[in-house]
Design a protein around this ligand. Structure first.
Ligand code: AMP
Ligand code: MG
Length: 410
């Protein structure tokens, strides 16, 4: 139990500490390659074959020997037909093979002439070649994509659709992936009402709809987690302790929103300190200062602020890399990119700021006019965040660091 208040930490410092706690989960499972999207690979995928397997044609046309076509207009006899999926026989000198895209090049042939560059002399049996071929043209070489023994995917990679395709191309029907993190999620706040429980016209004064629950669940699912949604917990010490105690059983992470600020209605932090330990509280970012990390029994605990944009941003900056690290992922955070600001931000803040911004057609960035941490519209309008260092202002034309949301949500 730790009662005293730790100093406010920088984001980098806090993240380094969190990642230090994020021992990869030991569980692994074999899943169908069909179902592996978004999971983190727990093995290297090494190819047992060459891809393409054999030299094959990149075009519908004719396979031939270049030496047989010294000039345009040469006529060759067509002695075989090789559709994709079949193999030809030795190509005799002075002859051509009708060949289709993907079909293996017959032994002896050293080029393919596309059918647009040939004309039939006697249909099916003789062609006139209208261009002089160069050796190797329109031939896809065995192994030009993957060589036997190549590591095509490394352990720690998050499986995207293209990875699944590549794994399939080397013959893998199943992949060994890391276990899904089990996350228990709940929101705190006596003001919270679920959409559907009360119609907007009947919403009592002071009540608000629980929006965090929806995006946090969506974010967790995108990261491959199994989510236990424990709903809304009232702003009471006993209820909070009970919810946390239950959530910590059989889960790798307990994630909460709200109740980690400084008011006397904020029960989450003291409850964690009572049940387990609180390692970290308050981070020098805006939005998102009241973030907390601790442990309850074997489970990690992360408390996000209640303000929706603060909750969203702290999830992206801290929870996301942590959950990826729990799955043994190697790529924990996108690098960001330099972009031109087409806006000004004249008020410097002591905290590092994440401003909701959008790329414009001129190749610059616009800023959402209301950067308040309660304005969720800003996250929907934005396609990324500007990472503004502490104490910095931005003038029109300055270069800023932009973090595309598509990379942070993936
Ligand atoms: P708190 O961090 O509990 O002090 O909450 C800060 C602000 O965020 C308050 O205005 C809350 O009403 C709001 N808030 C807290 N939880 C949620 C939630 N789940 N959905 C939407 N707003 C919330
Ligand atoms: Mg609250």
């Amino acid at each position: 139990m730790q009662a005293s208040r730790p100093a406010m930490r920088s984001l980098d410092d806090a993240l380094a500490e969190l990642l230090g706690h994020a021992q990869p989960l030991s569980g692994m499972e074999q899943v169908s390659t069909f179902d592996a999207q978004g999971r983190v690979l727990a093995e290297d995928i090494v190819s047992a074959l060459q891809v393409p397997h054999l030299d094959n044609s990149a075009m519908d046309g004719y396979a031939l020997r270049c030496a047989d076509v010294p000039q345009t207009g040469t006529v060759l006899r067509v002695t075989q037909r090789i559709p994709a999926g079949s193999v030809g026989t030795d190509l005799l000198a002075g002859t051509a093979a009708r060949i289709f895209t993907g079909a293996p090049i017959p032994p002896g042939a050293d080029a393919v002439v596309m059918q647009e560059d040939c004309e039939p002399v006697a249909p099916g049996t003789e062609i006139r070649v209208l261009s002089v071929p160069t050796s190797g043209q329109w031939i896809r070489r065995s192994g030009e994509d993957v060589r036997r023994g190549d590591r095509v995917l490394a352990a720690g990679r998050r499986l995207d659709p293209q990875s699944l395709g590549l794994a399939a191309s080397v013959g893998r029907p199943q992949l060994l992936v890391r276990a899904r993190p089990r996350v228990a999620l709940f929101s705190t706040g006596d003001e919270l009402v679920m959409p559907g429980a009360v119609a907007p016209s009947d919403l009592p004064p002071g009540a608000i709809y629980n929006s965090n629950r929806f995006f946090l669940r969506g974010l967790l699912q995108r990261l491959g987690c199994t989510v236990t949604d424990l709903g809304i917990v009232p702003d009471q010490r006993a209820a909070t302790i009970e919810a946390l105690r239950a959530a910590a059983q059989h889960h790798d992470l307990v994630l909460t929103s709200g109740g980690v600020s400084v008011g006397e209605e904020d029960h989450v932090k003291p409850a964690v300190a009572e049940l387990g330990r609180l390692d970290l509280w308050q981070i020098a970012i805006k939005p998102g200062k009241p973030f907390a990390y601790g442990r309850i029994d074997a489970a990690h605990f992360m408390g996000l602020p209640g303000n929706p944009v603060s909750s969203f941003v702290t999830f992206l900056m801290l929870v996301r890399p942590f959950l990826l690290a729990l799955q043994g992922a190697t790529d924990l955070a996108p690098p960001g990119q330099p972009m031109r600001a087409d806006f000004s931000w004249p008020r410097a803040d002591r905290r590092r700021e994440f401003l909701r911004a959008r790329r414009n057609a001129q190749g610059g960035l616009d800023l959402f006019p209301n950067q308040s941490s309660g304005v969720l519209t800003s996250m929907v309008w934005a396609d990324g965040l500007v990472d503004n260092p502490p104490g910095c202002t931005v003038a029109v034309g300055d270069t800023v660091r932009f973090l595309p949301l598509a990379e942070l949500l993936g």
